[in-house]
Design a protein around this ligand. Structure first.
Ligand code: SF4
Length: 325
């Protein structure tokens, strides 16, 4: 038995954690695939077999035909991996690592609102859900999208069909602006992206006049309007990899810069400041630590499961997206 497994109540602070590459090798030998979201800290990114956004990672997991997946991210991401890799055991370093955006849209509230809109409009609106939502919400929706493919997903729906977009009002607002749609928006937001402030961003732009601003569509409209590019994380990565000698002010979770510096070191990256805090780190992502990862790899106790009555509907919403983009 591995030493970690001998302790029921382990003091994680006292755990001797191997180097990231040693963790990865250890996991490989045991057939465990480690996935890390780009918003995880550098240690977890280095320990992972793949780093990416939630959908990229779920796809990697499905393609790898993994039997065992340790997902370093937040809960809805691990659920997405489970939906696309139903045979795999999916577990996470911390089951409490949630997401304010996903939490802003509860399945029971969504169901009621869908009923209300159906009565009001005289027809059921198509519900499009950003992937940052629970499996229970995915099961109530018609189709899922990511920040990278949201435009294509919305454009696949006929112009005269009413659409309810959940849960992110900023991403939905950006889609309405850029596509000329009038989707009904759920009133949800990411607490990290909502903290970006156009006032502090403009101060930073004045300090670095040659810098280009890239912001995530989860940012509020004034921040998006003050940006040179509005892109999801995959689009940001493509942009910086194709740029040389540029300075970018980055309006998304600050750990994304670790990945930029690793994969596109030819540029300079500055984290866009928040209204009251300079860090812009997601507190839920930060709940995953090297100690918790190492412990969980050994014990595999934090399994993520999806109730059987939700599974097929949630999976179908994801598959509809995958069939068009
Ligand atoms: S950054 Fe925002 S949307 Fe992403 S996990 Fe954290 S709270 Fe959720």
């Amino acid at each position: 038995m591995h030493p970690v497994m001998e302790h029921d109540t382990l003091d994680l602070d006292l755990l001797q954690v191997p180097e990231p590459s040693a963790i990865r090798e250890w996991a490989t030998e045991r057939g465990i695939l480690i996935l890390a979201h780009s918003y995880q800290d550098g240690f977890l990114q280095e320990a992972a077999h793949f780093v990416g956004d939630s959908l990229e990672l779920a796809r990697k997991a499905a393609a790898a035909d993994a039997k065992s997946i340790c997902f370093c991210g937040v809960h809805f991401m691990a659920e997405t991996a489970k939906l696309l890799s139903p045979e795999a055991k999916v577990f996470v370093p911390d089951l409490e690592a949630g997401c304010s955006l996903a939490d802003s849209c509860k399945a029971e509230d969504l169901k009621q609102y869908q009923q209300h809109l159906t009565e009001k409009l005289g027809q059921r609106p198509t519900t499009v859900a950003y992937v940052n939502c629970s499996a229970a919400v995915k099961a109530l929706c018609d189709i899922i999208c990511t920040s990278g493919n949201a435009r294509e997903v919305v454009e696949s729906i006929p112009d005269d069909q009413p659409i309810l977009f959940v849960p992110d009002k900023h991403l939905g607002g950006w889609l309405n602006e850029t596509l000329g749609r009038e989707m009904i928006l759920w009133n949800g937001a990411c607490e990290v992206h909502e903290l970006f402030s156009v006032e502090t961003l403009n101060e930073m732009k004045a300090e670095y006049p040659a810098a280009k601003v890239i912001s995530h569509p989860e940012c509020p409209k004034p921040v998006r309007d003050a940006s040179d590019y509005v892109l999801g994380t995959a689009g940001m990565l493509r942009l910086v990899k194709g740029s040389h000698g540029e300075t970018f002010i980055v309006g998304t979770e600050a750990n994304m810069i670790y990945r930029f510096e690793k994969e596109a070191p030819q540029n300079t990256y500055l984290a866009a400041p928040g209204a009251s805090c300079a860090c812009n780190l997601c507190p839920y992502m930060q709940m995953n630590t090297p100690e918790k990862l190492w412990h969980e790899l050994n014990v595999q106790a934090n399994e993520v499961t999806i109730p059987s009555e939700l599974f097929a509907d949630a999976q179908q919403s994801l598959q509809r997206m995958l069939s068009i983009v």
